[in-house]
Design a protein around this ligand. Sequence first.
Ligand code: SAH
Length: 246
Amino acid sequence: MVRCPKKTPRELLILALRWSVAAAALAATSMEAADFRASRDRMVREQIESRGVSDARVLAAMRKVPRHEFVPEQWADAAYEDHPLPIGHGQTISQPYVVALMTELLHLSPGAKILEVGTGSGYQAAILAEIAEEVYSVEIIEALAKESADRLQRLGYKNIHVKRGDGYLGWPEQAPFEAIIVTAGAEHVPPPLIEQLKRGGRMVIPVGEPHGEQSLLLVEKDIDGTVSTRNVAPVLFVPLTREPAK
Ligand code: SAH
């Protein structure tokens, strides 16, 4: 026979209090989650759809990924506003509209293997991973590479691979890629990235003077390997830095 020790009234009271604290915390968490969900829906409607992004898969990904998890805690309430935010180490997470626009320009197919240069917080990688098959992302700052890899693992993304390195050089072991996205401003399109782009593939990359305004370029490699470039919009990104020569 299992004997259940009888609880004293005081123990019962403590137990009841514990339960109500836990229930209140749970209710607060789900209210917070609902608030963030509403903010995300509004972000997509007012900042993204209204400016002409219409790819249903991109809009669904932007509605789903919890952007507030990718910014420092003190910025969580600003995560769904119409501007970039600091993520530490002098770097920023891009404005939501720019993330959506760049993703749409890639014309991702569900089976695509993608390269991202500039993991930062991991937010853009998560958006890509909602749509494509595998995402390979390179980040030059060690601490950011580690933080974003941990964050993406905690959020359950199994199809994102983060490595620390100089993304100017791409990720040759995983090439070719159907799509390449560079989320830091380069002075020119890195030749290794053109090399690693699959025929029929697309790359988006901001190019311009360091710390000046850049042009968002769409680079397309057609089936016979011819490369063409189109200027899409003026943008402002943190600079693509290079590893010091050894
Ligand atoms: N995509 C990110 C934002 C990127 S900010 C996000 O969604 O949060 C640009 C990032 O590019 C920074 O984290 C910066 O450290 C990184 N970076 C700059 N030069 C790089 C290089 N050569 N290789 C890889 N990452 C680079």
